[in-house]
Design a protein around this ligand. Structure first.
Ligand code: NCD
Length: 299
């Protein structure tokens, strides 16, 4: 694997290999495997966990990090093209981890074929490293990836993490419930993907007790304010679902709540100390998974 641009490029075997290696990093995150390597993190869009976990991954593997976390301080604010920025940074770094607001930006950068590109999110399209950490978290909490029933809740239209997660889970016989307001439904192409791969799914706008009681994983998401053209529409849908502790009554013993974070109100604070809450550990798993991804692309 030279680049990690899309989760679609990975076979089940490759996914399992990345997760198995991540499990070794969980046991011992401090290894000198990236000594002498420079990793660039180019974030044209805001990030906390993704950037910091990639950078921690490099630091724990004894590599060095360069980059920017605010495009306003980079030459893109002067009008530099993505092509020039990537070509330049490829002169300095051994791998580029990039997040961009344009869908397809990471693919475009990978086609320049200078150094490995890791997609840390491109617009509403994909977020493959998040999916790998989500898979890691599902396997760890459920004991297996196979045969899980997963509710994806919230902004299924613009949420890139759910788009990638469907594809990543496709190898492991999942069943999905898509819970969203009508305005934020799962895109047709993602539903077509499910149909083509015989993945059963249902769609509803009712975040009901039956949904919560019938699933193994409750994957909550934030309404993606930055992707709305019409901010009045955002105001109408922003608080549409709020999961609270009481709603977990009668849930399966193995139910775990995931969220890629940041949350902006869709999980009430009283959920945090329930046995089902897993989103903070999930973010921790991001460190080990990203260590594994970096080792994979750097061969
Ligand atoms: C997600 C993203 O950037 O798509 N965040 C993350 O990387 N953990 C989810 C989000 O921003 O809502």
């Amino acid at each position: 694997m030279k680049h990690l641009v899309s989760i679609n490029q990975l076979s089940a075997e490759q996914i399992i290999r990345i997760l198995d290696r991540a499990a070794l990093f969980e046991k011992n995150p401090n290894q000198r495997l990236l000594e002498g390597k420079v990793v660039a993190t180019l974030f044209f869009e805001p990030s906390t966990r993704t950037r910091l976990s990639f950078e921690t991954a490099v630091n724990r593997l004894s590599g060095r990090v360069i980059g920017f976390s605010d495009a306003a301080t980079s030459s893109s604010s002067k009008g530099e093209s993505l092509k020039d920025t990537i070509s330049m940074v490829a002169n300095y770094a051994d791998v580029i981890v990039m997040r961009h607001f344009l869908e397809g930006a990471a693919l475009y950068a990978s086609e320049l074929d200078r150094v490995p590109i890791v997609n840390a999110g491109d617009g509403a399209n994909q977020h493959p490293s998040q999916t790998l950490l989500d898979l890691y978290s599902i396997r760890k909490t459920q004991g297996q990836l196979e045969g899980r029933t997963i509710a994806l809740v919230g902004d299924l239209k613009y949420g890139r993490t759910v788009h990638s997660l469907i594809v990543g889970m496709a190898h492991f016989c999942p069943r999905f419930i898509f819970v969203s307001p009508p305005e934020l439904r799962m895109p047709e192409e993602c539903k077509d993907f499910c149909r083509q791969h015989d993945i059963p799914f249902t769609e509803t706008s009712d975040f009901s007790p039956e949904v919560i009681q019938g699933v193994d994983i409750l994957y909550m998401t934030r309404v993606q304010r930055e992707r709305f053209v019409d901010l009045e529409e955002y105001e109408r849908v922003k608080n549409v679902y709020v999961l609270n502790r009481e709603m977990l009554t009668g849930c399966r013993d193995n139910l775990r709540i995931l969220h890629p974070l940041p949350r902006v109100g869709e999980i009430a604070l009283d959920v945090d100390d329930t046995p089902q809450a897993y989103y903070i550990q999930q973010a921790q798993n991001g460190l080990y998974t990203r260590q594994s991804i970096l080792c994979e692309v750097l061969g």
